[in-house]
Unconditional design. Structure first.
Length: 552
C-alpha cells in the first residue's frame, strides 16, 4: 500500500484553544454580490458572537464592506496590540474582528470592547489578506481532493484527512498575490518518484490554481510530539537603562513596545509579521503567535515562556536578550518548522533585532525570509530621517523606498542611519544600522536583506497583521513594497521593514537553516540574522561631527 505524507499542517490545537478559536465547516455557498459581510460559521462563545455582531453593525465596517463580497475570517484577543485609533483598548480586553473584502483585496479589522458593547476603532488595510476561516479551509481540502491533476499525479484520490493545507503562494499566478491561497504538499515516495507535489487553491475564485514540484528533504528526523500551550505571559523589563514591554501576539510573533534607553524613546513597536518559506515558485507563509490572526490552525505556537537571558562578553554581563521559541508540535519531522526571535539590548545603548529559522523544511532548497517590522522612534516618533552610506558620505533619503544590502559599507560595517534632531538640546541623536555579514558570532552567514523605509501608518502594521506578501519571489516583492507610495521620510515618523534571506543547506558539514533531528536529542543548525543598531550623538549641528557612543 502506498504511504501518503502530507506535512503542510501538523498543529494540534489544545481543547481550550479549540473551544475559543476553532471555526467549524459551513455548508452554505459563499455570499456574493450586494450583501453585508458573511459572519463566521463557528462553534464559539457568546463573547465572540457578540463581538462579531457589534463589528458587522458598525457604520465604518459597513461602509468598507457593504456591496462587496466580504467574510469574517476570525475573532481573537487583541492584547496590547492595537492601533491609536483603538486607544480605548488600553483600558479594556478588546477582541479583534478580522474581515476580508475579496473585491478590493483588503482586510477590515474592528476592535471591540464586548463589555461596553462598543467598537473602539476600525482599520482598513488594503493589500492584506487577513486570515483563513474554517469554511475556506474545508473548501480547499475538497477542491484538492477532487482535482483530476492531483489524482493523476498521485495515482489515487487522497483522503480528506491527509490533506492539510497552509497559507501559501504560487508565483506567476493570482494565488497568493493578490488573492489569498491555501497550499498543501504531498510526499509519497512511491507515487511521486522522490518529489514533493504542491497543490494550490485560489480562495478568491474558489478554484484550483495549479501544482508545483520540489525535491524531498530525505527521511524524517526524530521528533517528540507536544501539545502547543497557546498564549504565554507578557511582561515589562527595567534593566541596564532599558525599559520595555513584551508580548506574544496573535500572529505577529514576539512583539516589544515602548522601548526606551536612559529615558529616551527608541522603539515604538517591533515585531515579526510572518516568515516566507520559499521553495522556488511555491512555498508557505508562516506566522508565529498564540492563536488567532484569522485562522488559529495557521499559527505556529510558542514553545515555552518568553525568556530574559544575560548576554556575556569575556565572562562579563554586557546586556540581556528577550527570547521566544516557536515550534510546530512534530518539529524534527519533514515540513515541521521551528522559528526563534531575539531582541538584544546592551548596557552601552546598542540593540539588535534577531530572527532565526531551524527548519526542518519540506525540501533542502528552502529560502527563509522573516518580515521584521521596526517602528523606530529615536527620541520620539517625530523628526526621524533615514540615510544610506554611498561610499563617502551619508545621503539622507527624502521619500519612501527600498534597498538591498550590499557594499559599500561605512568603516564600522554600517550601511544605514536613522537620526532625530533634538531642538531643546541642540544636537542630533541617532543610530547607525549594521546589517549582518556573518560578524555577530551566532552562526549567521549574512543577511542579504531587503530594507524598506516608509512613513508610519496604523493600517500598515499598527495592529496584528494578516498576510503581508507572497512567499516566493527572489526580488523586492516580499510584501512591504506595497506600502511605498512616494510619501516623505524626511523629519517624519518612519517604520523600517527588514527582510533578511537565509538559504538552506542540508549537506553534511555545511548544514544551515536545518534540523537533522528534533527532540529528544536535537541536532540543529539554525540560521540567525538581523541588524545591530549603534547609538551616536552629533554635536555642533549642522557640521556633523559624529561621536559614536560605542563601536562594536
Amino acid at each position: 500500500m502506498k504511504r501518503l505524507y502530507s506535512y503542510a499542517w501538523l498543529l494540534i490545537i489544545p481543547a481550550a484553544l479549540a473551544a475559543f478559536f476553532l471555526l467549524r465547516p459551513g455548508g452554505a455557498d459563499p455570499v456574493r454580490g450586494k450583501s453585508p459581510a458573511r459572519p463566521l460559521d463557528q462553534e464559539t462563545t457568546t463573547e465572540i458572537e457578540r463581538a462579531q455582531d457589534l463589528a458587522l453593525s458598525d457604520p465604518q465596517v459597513i461602509a468598507y464592506t457593504s456591496g462587496r463580497r466580504s467574510e469574517v475570517m476570525g475573532v481573537f484577543p487583541a492584547g496590547q496590540h492595537f492601533p491609536p485609533e483603538a486607544e480605548g483598548c488600553s483600558r479594556a480586553d478588546c477582541l479583534q474582528v478580522q474581515i476580508y473584502n475579496y473585491e478590493e483585496n483588503a482586510t477590515v479589522s474592528a476592535f471591540v470592547d464586548v463589555g461596553s458593547g462598543r467598537v473602539l476603532g476600525v482599520l482598513h488595510q488594503p493589500g492584506l489578506h487577513g486570515g483563513v476561516n474554517q469554511r475556506l479551509y474545508d473548501l480547499a481540502v475538497e477542491i484538492i481532493r477532487n482535482e483530476p491533476l492531483v489524482i493523476g499525479e498521485l495515482g489515487y484520490q487522497p483522503n480528506a484527512a491527509d490533506i492539510r493545507p497552509w497559507i501559501g503562494s504560487l508565483a506567476g499566478t493570482n494565488c497568493g498575490d493578490p488573492h489569498p491561497c491555501l497550499t498543501a504538499v504531498f510526499m509519497d515516495e512511491a507515487a511521486l518518484d522522490g518529489r514533493n507535489l504542491w497543490a494550490h487553491v485560489d480562495l478568491t475564485t474558489e478554484t484550483f490554481a495549479g501544482i508545483a514540484w520540489s525535491p524531498t528533504p530525505g527521511p524524517d528526523g526524530s521528533s517528540l510530539e507536544f501539545v502547543p500551550q497557546g498564549c504565554v505571559p507578557s511582561g515589562s523589563i527595567s534593566r541596564d537603562g532599558w525599559t520595555l514591554n513584551h508580548e506574544v501576539t496573535a500572529s505577529d510573533g514576539l512583539r516589544v513596545w515602548d522601548v526606551g534607553f536612559n529615558g529616551m524613546e527608541v522603539i515604538q513597536s517591533a515585531k515579526l509579521a510572518e516568515w516566507h518559506a520559499d521553495y522556488g515558485n511555491t512555498g508557505f507563509i508562516d506566522a508565529g503567535g498564540c492563536g488567532g490572526g484569522g485562522g488559529s490552525q495557521f499559527t505556529i505556537y510558542p514553545y515555552g515562556d518568553t525568556q530574559v537571558i544575560d548576554i556575556f562578553q569575556e565572562q562579563a554581563i554586557v546586556g540581556f536578550e528577550v527570547v521566544q521559541d516557536f515550534r510546530m508540535p512534530n518539529w524534527g519531522a519533514n515540513c515541521n518548522y521551528r522559528y526563534e526571535q531575539r531582541y538584544q539590548f546592551y548596557q552601552d545603548g546598542r540593540f539588535r533585532v534577531v530572527a532565526g529559522a531551524y527548519g526542518r523544511g519540506c525540501s533542502a532548497n528552502a529560502i527563509y525570509r522573516p518580515l521584521v517590522r521596526i517602528d523606530i522612534s529615536v527620541n520620539g516618533d517625530l523628526r526621524d530621517t533615514f540615510a544610506v552610506w554611498d561610499g563617502s558620505a551619508w545621503v539622507d533619503q527624502t521619500t519612501e523606498g527600498w534597498w538591498q544590502q550590499g557594499a559599500p559599507y561605512a568603516f564600522d560595517g554600517s550601511k544605514y542611519r536613522v537620526m532625530d534632531f533634538d531642538e531643546q538640546a541642540g544636537f542630533q541623536v541617532g543610530y547607525y544600522i549594521e546589517p549582518g555579514q556573518g560578524q555577530f558570532e551566532d552562526g549567521g552567514l549574512g543577511d542579504d536583506a531587503f530594507v524598506y523605509v516608509v512613513q508610519t501608518h496604523s493600517n500598515e502594521g499598527g495592529a496584528d497583521l494578516g498576510t503581508v506578501g507572497p512567499c516566493c519571489y527572489d526580488d523586492e516583492r516580499q510584501g512591504p513594497e506595497q506600502f511605498i507610495n512616494g510619501e516623505s521620510i524626511a523629519d517624519q515618523d518612519i517604520t523600517i521593514w527588514y527582510v533578511p534571506q537565509f538559504v538552506t543547506s542540508a549537506a553534511a558539514g555545511s548544514q544551515y537553516c536545518w534540523t537533522v533531528s528534533g527532540e529528544p536529542n536535537p541536532e540543529t543548525y539554525p540560521c540567525f540574522g538581523g541588524p545591530l543598531f549603534k547609538p551616536f550623538f552629533v554635536f555642533d549641528y549642522p557640521e556633523e561631527i559624529f561621536v559614536p557612543i560605542s563601536i562594536r
